[in-house]
Design a protein around this ligand. Sequence first.
Ligand SMILES: Nc1ncnc2c1ncn2[C@@H]1O[C@H](COP(=O)(O)OP(=O)(O)OP(=O)(O)O)[C@@H](O)[C@H]1O
Ligand SMILES: [Mg+2]
Length: 329
Amino acid sequence: MQDSETIDLIDDTPIARAAQAAVQAVGRTGEGLPRPAATRVMVVANQKGGVGKTTTTVNLAASLALHGLRVLVIDLDPQGNASTALGIDHHAEVPSIYDVLVEGKPLADVVQPVVDVEGLFCCPATIDLAGAEIELVSLVARESRLQRAIAAYEQPLDYILIDCPPSLGLLTVNALVAGQEVLIPIQCEYYALEGLGQLLRNVELVRAHLNPVLHVSTILLTMYDARTRLASQVAEEVRTHFEREVLSTAIPRSVRISEAPSYGQTVLTYDPGSTGALSYLEAARELALRGAPGAAEAPAAGFGGVGQQRNGAGGQPAPVAQHSTEENR
Ligand SMILES: Nc1ncnc2c1ncn2[C@@H]1O[C@H](COP(=O)(O)OP(=O)(O)OP(=O)(O)O)[C@@H](O)[C@H]1O
Ligand SMILES: [Mg+2]
């Protein structure tokens, strides 16, 4: 990647680093990204907990919006972490995705603009959503309620990113029925691929019965620590099995990324020059270029069985954004 050298060149003194990084970040966000021909609805899913689904959703969304695209984040997790990270209030009385799914409220009535990032919007989740898995069971068209709500939403959007909970229940099924693409974040740790087979089988099932356009278009390696052999082994394993889907940008483990949500911010506004911010900008760029009109079609999901594979022999490190000093920032 052309930008990995620039990331590595950042001087390791705070002021120099901040100055250099800010210049880089401004330069990066100033460039446009292609607008997709139609709204890309991307489901960020992995039933394994804590792999970076929410972090990826909010930071990719902010990166795309900073490039001038219009982006909606739908928080589909009762934990409401995406809402928190975007600075959106989500106490129990706030109109939320629960009202949309269970009460049939229009999406437009619950969507809120994200302060600080023009073009970025959020549909929050409240704790009410915890009961929705059960309440949805008895409702008409229980698997396609989100899809219907999105279809009825008339605001122009370039991207919709749906942050799923760490389960494969009805909420995640609603997301899979509503989206065209699945984005799977994979944490570069042991057991990284465990459970992936189940997710891929569910994608296949939804594709076969409910949503023929659904496919796994994107895999993003998260929390990559270039100093560990394990991370490079996992990255290599994933790249071997999902050659076309894996973005060449890997997201490094970064203190700045993990701090940002406690300030109600994405890392893009919290510390725009940090390697975490730069790596999400880079991942967003890759994502947008892949989905540009005229870009090669992403492969359809057809991964029978490979998700069951576990970490294998050693391999090469992921090619970008491995800035080992970041962990200490
Ligand atoms: N690149 C990173 N560097 C450091 N910490 C990270 C990084 N990505 C995510 N984290 C931290 O790891 C934790 C889990 O991340 P996140 O909440 O995004 O995962 P998740 O898959 O959405 O979790 P859940 O399954 O509970 O919804 C969080 O504390 C987050 O701040
Ligand atoms: Mg989450």
